[in-house]
Design a binder for this molecule. Sequence first.
Ligand code: PGA
Length: 249
Amino acid sequence: MKKKLIVGNWKMNGSLAANAALLQALKAGWPRGRGTAAVAVAVPSAYLAQAQAELAGSDIGVAAQDVSQHEVGAYTGELSAAMLQDFGVRFALVGHSERRQYHGETDAVVAMKAQAALAKGVTPIVCVGETLAEREAGQTEQVVKRQLAAVIHQVGPCVSELVVAYEPVWAIGTGKTATPEQAQAVHAVLRAQLAAASAKADGIALLYGGSMNAGNAEQLLAQADIDGGLVGGASLKAADFLTIIAAAR
Ligand code: PGA
């Protein structure tokens, strides 16, 4: 069976002291043995160095929450893929709905970010998902396919190197999770779209995100096309995150 991937998204949370305590608790509670999922934590950029130092030699990878589409230069506040590579960052979230919503990131910008990350050996975790209004209007499939198509078009043959996260916007931070059946239905659509673009689509990790927690992770992760999770709130509590990791074996 394919190894599952669990990524914690800390969003704009944490402090030097809180991060150290959380990462030490994760390392201390790390499940040993065969079949353990691949795990990474997406930390605020100010703490990339701390996370890198704290997680050195562990099985937990460091991820960024965003990456610039530009290579270098006069882009105040931005972080380049080369900088992430410098810090040994394995993954970068791109196109998280909070970036699309609050920072005006378009499908085209998200696609360029994915390509910029790939160019430096950082795996982009491409987030797609519909709003509640779009779901209620029956547009879920159309929206996620449009969002993913932009990235597929941009990265061409590198599509098999992507990670894709389906995150229904109405389920993020709301406590409302998509049912395993709802999530699987969208994942199957995304898998088919990837399969049309790449012969290696089966190997692409398709994560579910949106109020995944210690109680619902196992059922979600049991779905045929759900290869892991992108976990926000529950990744800030070591015990809950470890339970999710254990459910992903
Ligand atoms: P949540 O966030 O688990 O708190 O809903 C998920 C995400 O936004 O990545």
